[in-house]
Write a protein that binds this ligand. Sequence first.
Ligand code: ZN
Length: 899
Amino acid sequence: MRTDTAPTIFRQDYVPYPYRLPRVRLEFDLAAESTRVRSELRFEPAPGTAPGTPLVLQGEDLELVEVRLDGRPLAADEYQLADDTLSLVPPGHGKPFTIGIVSLCRPAENTTLMGLYVSGDKLFTQCEAQGFRRITWFPDRPDVMARFEVLLRADPAAYPLLLSNGNLIEQAGLPDGRHQALWRDPHPKPCYLFALVAGDFDCIERTETTRSGREVLLQVYSDKGYREQTRWALDCLANALHWDERRFGLELDLDRFMVVAARDFNMGAMENKGLNIFNAAYVLADPATATDAAYRGIEAVIGHEYFHNWTGNRVTCRDWFQLSLKEGLTVFRDQEFSADMLAAGLPPAEAASARAVKRIDDVHTLRLAQFPEDAGPMAHPIRPDSYQEIGNFYTATVYEKGAEVIRMQHTLLGEDGFRAGMDEYFRRHDGQAVTCDDFVDAMESIYAQRHPGQDFSVFRRWYEQAGTPRVRVRSHYDPAARACRITLEQRCAPAGLEARQSPPPEKPPLHIPLAIGLIDADGRSMPIQWEGEARDTVVLELREASGTWTLTDIPRAPVLSLLRGFSAPVILETDRTADDLALLARRDPDPFARWDAVQETAHRHLQACIEAGRSGGPQPALDTLLEIWRAALKDERLSPAYQARLLALPALREVIDRGEPMDPQAAVAAWTRTRQALGARLADAWRAAYDALADDGGPYSPDPVSSGRRALRNLALDNLLAGQAPGAVELALAQYRQARNMTESLGALTALLQHAPQDAAGPLADFHARWRDDPLVLDRWFGAQAGAPGCTVAGVRALMALPDFSLRNPNRARAVVFRFCLDNPGNLHTPEGYDFWAEQVLALDALNPEVAARLSRAFDNWARHEPVARAGMQAALRRVLDAPGLSRNVREIVSKALA
Ligand code: ZN
């Protein structure tokens, strides 16, 4: 993994693997210090493979013991061992042959958490994308699919449970006192879906009946003593199973489906066939320890990994450039699952609002994480064309923008058409490793049937182009003709490093579905005559650089409600006035567009504040935003969950990102002042809401209605504290003391740390004393402090000096170091802050390059900053790039940032 020159891999260079691998047998002698792996790989030449074509296997950080060919041990000159490969020329007779390899790896020394590693006293594996090569030499690529048989041997005292993919065939004691378990996975799979787990666990399980009447066993494994915290995850798993049957007709293809919680994990979770391994943060929950948001996060991730069983495992990726084939699609599926779960059982109007809340949260994530990525040096199409380290491409673009691209296909095809396209995709490709084009082909086959003469040729450019397109909207109303003419124009500026290319790459127009509606000056919806009927919302399909639509029978001048439901991942440029936006912010019947209008109003205000600060001019008036907020807070027809979204100021990071140039300190000042002013001037309304939303004393439930009330109540408390309302501190202290769940106690603690740190000491000490032994809850304690404006670099260093801190545990590193670097811009953007970042990137890189590379992305957009921040960040990046022994992961990020 460590190298000075990282070769670039190109999508265009794909060549199929010359050998097939129908069967694999693996034997593990498991021990933390040293694990011995014996593999037996049955190869056959692929059709067309010439005799003498070398067989190349990947391996990393392994110790080779022996290599055999058809049972015969090979002499050292019969194979080549290079840095990360083992190659040999197989016999030229074109018949199947068997390679046997014995090798050793060292799980206890493996701090990368890729391959086989130790977490606590247990053993776990992580193989996606290229971790399997750290377990044994293997054709480590997703298009080589094999049937695996796995024999695990270990000391039963240390490792009473031995799990792998598929079905347990037999389990037995061994004469030497160890025990063994034999697992067989009936489904061929690429090695990135391999997993094993060994250790002592609690387990809860249940059987469910699939729609074809099969009984399947669902199990969730956790650390001893945490059984009661896995019930929600098991419920979510059962819900996911039935949802995929209902919505997509997809049934579980295994007799047994296991989820195991790991304390040390680089990402959220991993969809290994039949043996999902999860970051414990996405498994464990009970009312006392998990927030409402954590409950929803578990539902989303359990769903996501479960849905991968079809979209990812049954049909997998041909190569890693196709990652969005499985990730974009599976994110879309988990978003829909969450939305359906939120809406379940609610009357139609409330169900629509619950779904809109989910949509708002997803779009917010996209804008916060993906839009800046698409404007920076790491910008890439959802199907990248090249990479140095694939681990760096598990990005918001591949996942979140990828999901938007799937969602647009859903919009263009409709629910029925999309379902037909999915059916067609599985009919064509079940059991194969395929490409994004194969997916679009399946969808297009349905689209072309239903829209004769049309195809997805323009739409496919979404897979080829990086950058967030801008759509300029102009409208003109002609009262005499009662017609409204709408003109759309799209352009996509060079993204990131494209700006350096000469000539700049050509970016032809995309196929953009833009959902719009019209409202009149009183906020009433004005129906649009469209395809023979009157509709409130229509979708304009822009396929060229510009297009014009004339809507007729419009009695009065309309205000345009645009990008309803966020129908495409674009940035709008409109001629809407502040008054138009204010009308939409109060009255737009589309809940997404209404939220967006409030956000846009707040953004305009915040940028005006920043500008005023810079020019020394008067601060802009707050009245419009204030009145919109007051109305939203008092509108009893709205659900509290939706109100909580309407009344959230744009995240500080978004505000910084909008600056030209980006000026973090100015943004912090403007944002803080605005929060204070809004809090103070609406104090009475916030106080009334706070009191009205008090807990009814019933048992805790994470349902959308009660969690929405808690969200709005915590927001009220935050605003009361921000506005320094009399009695607010007492209110927060009382909420902390009386809290009946983690949402309430963390809400109080966070609000105190944000606005009244001098009063937070008591609750902080109490929280620590109470939760010091529960790592996930302790992460909250760390995180709330690291993200507070009072936490300086000295403060974050003090947190890291505590005995509870360790950089080796990714969740703890994220709670402290990442939280500080991502959510504490006022303190990060200082000379000490820049030093701190560089130092932590390097310290993490020595342990865990994947996690270090994520932290290194925090300075992606340094060049868009004002000169002082820009120079500080640039120097810190240089310092990292110049450090000896940098991983390929961090090197790729930092060298692209400085390119
Ligand atoms: Zn995924």
